[in-house]
Design a protein around this ligand. Structure first.
Ligand code: F6P
Length: 500
């Protein structure tokens, strides 16, 4: 069998984490990358010079530099859908025409934000953002992370088609003082349109004479929004080449721009811009998204780790794991390469996680003593997001760092119930503070890391055909209750929805 970087990586046995530190007193410095108020510490992973060297070879074989150049040039790297992936252009990095187009659409959004502030849509106090997947997870994360010091408007994000979610969201809203932002790249998503219709009904029942006048659409297909009944003046379009899970930078970020203020939105873009430039220009060994992807691939591919866990040790970032689940799993959960051949390797691991310190009292037992090897990621901020006693923040950070140390060092005991094997990897991302700029850089970091993972596996991270089959079956059940399902599905349909 010919040697490839993968076979070399599989053969190589790095030292234990503790020994890696012993054999290189500069390891922390070498394996820590700092930029834009973020510190990425990869030193507690098994990346050594051999592992990194093989990934450098793999990156050359897979033409990572060429793919990066194509990403930033706005070339059609989403090959299955024949289009570019132009989220960096929203941050000012990409094909000049796309950057100018993005700016023009952002200016349009700014115009609407200023008009609403000036009373164009009446006395507004609430924003109900309706979307799902990439059209909801970003706004939800950002409003929760950055809106705690007092948002300018009350913002709620509704995604689930379960009417209970909509009921809860509108409970304390005055329909006369509410803007409904319907966020859907395609403007065809069943859940979103049903929620939008019911929200319209809620307004009517609340006595709003012309509910349409309180609707705003955020979409790459303005014609569909017009057809749905929303006036063109309240439609904020975006470039079709921005993928759903990369869309918080364009008009899908409207509740951030309106709810938290234009300066927050602008700072968010600036933070992402800094990360774009770092990713584009920094050499491989100093490149945070690239090195983090090497670590991801090392564990998922050569150690068969089926999951990776992300814990936000900052309540403001508690929704980050949810956001990353879509970004990483919808992008790289594929068993076919961009060339249409079987992947022949593991796809992306399952991303899961939670918030520290809560998770310590629930799932960390398995991380320390379970039989699975799970790379863990900690995200924390040097600065607290509250004014309570400093003991809170100190306890939070102490616990975060203690977990990483314990996973790595373990503790040997003859009594196996009390034995911690150790040598378990973790990465830590430490923010100076949770600000629009650091959060923008953090999200862009994850986008580019996902891109490098895809590039080195040969995957197209920008399509998501795997979600279609379930949608088609749901539609056919809704439309005509066809027969021919398996007995279990037939019985469930009959039990809950009536005779087929
Ligand atoms: O079904 C998956 C998906 O297409 C995601 O990729 C997307 O973010 C989400 O649905 C919502 O799609 P849309 O923004 O078109 O409503």
């Amino acid at each position: 069998m010919t040697d490839t970087p993968w076979t070399q990586l599989e053969k190589h046995q790095p030292q234990s984490l503790i020994d890696l530190f012993k054999s290189d007193k500069d390891r922390v410095e070498k394996m820590t990358i700092q930029l834009s108020g973020l510190r990425f510490d990869l030193s507690k992973t098994h990346l050594d010079s051999i592992v990194v060297g093989q990934f450098e070879k793999l990156a050359a074989d897979m033409e990572l530099d060429g793919l990066k150049a194509a990403l930033f040039a706005g070339a059609a790297i989403n090959v299955t859908e024949g289009r570019a992936a132009e989220h960096p252009a929203e941050r000012g990095n990409g094909d000049a025409n796309s950057v100018a187009h993005a700016r023009a659409l952002q200016d349009r959004m700014r115009g609407l934000v200023e008009a609403i502030d000036a009373g164009f849509m009446g006395d507004i106090q609430h924003i109900l953002h309706i979307g799902i997947g990439g059209s909801a997870l970003g706004p939800k994360l950002l409003v929760d992370a950055l809106g705690r010091d007092g948002a300018r408007y009350d913002v709620k994000v509704v995604s689930n088609v379960d009417g209970a979610a909509l009921t809860e969201a509108v409970t304390n809203m005055d329909p006369h003082k509410t803007i409904i932002a319907v966020a859907s790249k395609t403007f065809t998503t069943t859940e979103t349109l049903l929620n939008a219709t019911s929200a319209m009904e809620w307004m009517r029942e609340g006595g709003v004479a012309d509910p349409y006048a309180q609707f705003v659409a955020l979409t790459a297909y303005p014609d569909k929004a017009i057809e749905w009944g929303i006036d063109e003046s309240r439609i904020l379009p975006f470039n079709e080449a921005v993928g759903g899970r990369y869309s918080l930078w364009c008009s899908i970020g409207f509740p951030v721009a309106l709810g938290l203020g234009w300066s927050v939105y602008a700072e968010l873009l600036k933070g992402a811009d800094a990360m774009d430039r770092h990713f584009r220009d920094a050499p491989m060994l100093e490149n945070a998204p690239t090195m983090a992807a090497f670590s991801d691939l090392y564990y998922a591919q050569t150690k068969s780790c089926q999951t990776r866990a992300v814990f936000a040790y900052d309540d403001r970032l508690r929704l980050l794991p949810d956001y990353l689940q879509q970004l990483e799993m919808e992008s790289n959960g594929k068993s076919v390469t961009a060339d249409g051949v079987p992947l022949g390797r593991n796809s992306a691991p399952v991303t899961w996680g939670g918030a520290g310190t809560d998770a310590q009292h629930a799932v960390f037992q398995l991380l320390h003593q379970g039989t699975h090897l799970i790379p863990v990621e900690f995200i924390a901020s040097k600065t607290p997001g509250h004014d309570f006693d400093t003991a809170h923040h100190e306890t939070l950070l102490v616990n975060c760092f203690a977990q990483g140390a314990a996973l790595m060092a373990g503790q040997q005991s003859d009594d196996l119930a009390h034995n911690y094997v150790g040598n378990r990897p973790s990465t830590t991302i430490l923010l100076d503070d949770v600000t629009p700029s650091t959060v923008g850089a953090l999200i862009a970091f994850y986008e580019h890391r996902t891109f490098v993972n895809a590039a080195l596996l040969g995957i197209n991270p920008f399509d998501q055909f795997g979600v279609e089959l379930g949608k088609q079956i749901a539609k056919s059940i809704t439309d005509n209750r066809p027969s021919g399902f398996d007995p279990s599905t037939t019985a469930l349909i009959e039990a809950a929805l009536g005779e087929i």
